[in-house]
Design a protein around this ligand. Structure first.
Ligand code: TRP
Length: 340
């Protein structure tokens, strides 16, 4: 496969139960991006190993996630879709990059600090994978000489770290790695919880009314939106000054993303409307969208033969491309080439 357009790399962990936050922040853009970029869409199953839960159902979750990729319009003829653990080059480069990463910079990663605190509270030991997580992510990105990485705000720091690692390597060995840039969308890159809009919507939230899952029963979606927090002052109409109203701006971001409407146009259309009416519109729009997505999802999910074929072909293409980079790195570092 020839790469003629700028290269874009993105990945989601197959932790099961994807939410509209995952869709709006990440997967929504994937289909359109195929026009402008040569895209690699990876299922980061090795990253998922850092959160060891009982009954993880990793292989089921991986195929579920792959089905969502396809249902969101990612086309295996246009893009490379693959499972991270099928392409050994990722672990190999990850080790090499460990030797170009600093303990102190990994300690500064916000996601690590947050996750470690959660584990401390559960009196669990922090596994090294959690600490090294961003280095594997850097390997994912750098293996393909990626130009752009679409990420939610919470992953931006990891892309910056990737650039630092690449820069450090390049400053010793010359221009080996391309420096990737994060692509962050103005709206929707962080969807918040419905009842506690100060915190990010998270699939692991214990209160399921905070979260809309992509596979939620359509009836429960309307109920969840109905109960969503708007704002504490309870004015009768939508207040345009949404800066300090996380609940209402969250609903608007969801609506704008799902209806594909620019926020300014949307605000004009909603002028003078009550919060209750806004909620009806959001829940109608979401219900229609989710019914369609779920139909397409199940069509793919029920055809495991096809899913495995897509994953196999994707892995073959990803191996070829990543091997090119890895060969250069090996010879740059003075590792003896392997002869068959
Ligand atoms: N860490 C990302 C997440 O949880 C997933 C991921 C793994 C990723 N490797 C990546 C995202 C490379 C972008 C690029 O959302």
């Amino acid at each position: 496969m020839l790469f003629l357009k700028p290269i874009l790399f993105s990945a989601v962990q197959p932790s099961g139960n994807l939410t509209i936050g995952n869709y709006i922040g990440t997967m929504r853009h994937w289909s359109i991006m195929q026009k402008k970029y040569d895209c690699l869409y990876c299922i980061a199953d090795l990253h998922a190993l850092t959160a060891q839960e009982k009954n993880m159902c990793l292989s089921k979750n991986t195929l579920d996630t792959l089905s969502f990729y396809l249902a969101c319009g990612v086309d295996p003829k246009k893009s490379i879709i693959f499972i991270q653990s099928h392409v050994y080059q990722h672990s190999q480069l990850s080790w090499i990059l460990n030797c170009f990463s600093q303990f102190s910079e990994l300690l500064r990663m916000t996601q690590f600090k947050v996750k470690r605190n959660v584990e401390k509270n559960h009196v669990k030991q922090t596994n090294l994978g959690l600490f090294n997580y961003p280095v594997l992510m850097a390997a994912d990105i750098l293996l393909y000489q990626t130009n752009f990485v679409p990420v939610g705000k919470d992953q931006k720091q990891h892309v910056e770290l990737t650039r630092n690692i690449a820069n450090r390597f390049n400053s010793i060995y010359g221009n080996i790695f391309k420096l990737p840039k994060p692509l962050i969308h103005q709206y929707g890159s962080k969807i918040m919880s419905l009842l506690e809009p100060q915190k990010k919507m998270s699939k692991s939230d214990t209160n399921k009314n905070n979260v809309i899952f992509l596979l939620d029963d359509i009836k429960s979606v309307s109920l969840k939106i109905k109960h969503a927090v708007t704002d504490s002052e309870r004015p009768s109409k939508i207040d345009y000054n949404i800066e300090n109203k996380p609940g209402i701006s969250n609903l608007l971001e969801i609506l704008s993303a799902i209806s594909n409407k620019d926020m300014n146009i949307l605000l004009k259309e909603l002028d003078g409307m009550m919060y209750r009416e806004l909620k009806n519109i959001v829940s109608d729009c979401l219900s229609k969208f989710l019914s369609k997505l779920q139909r397409s999802y199940y069509d793919y999910r029920n055809d495991e033969c096809y899913l495995k074929k897509v994953a196999h072909e994707g892995a073959m293409k990803a191996r070829l491309k990543s091997e090119e980079t890895l060969k250069i790195i090996h010879s740059t570092l003075g590792l003896v080439p392997y002869f068959k």
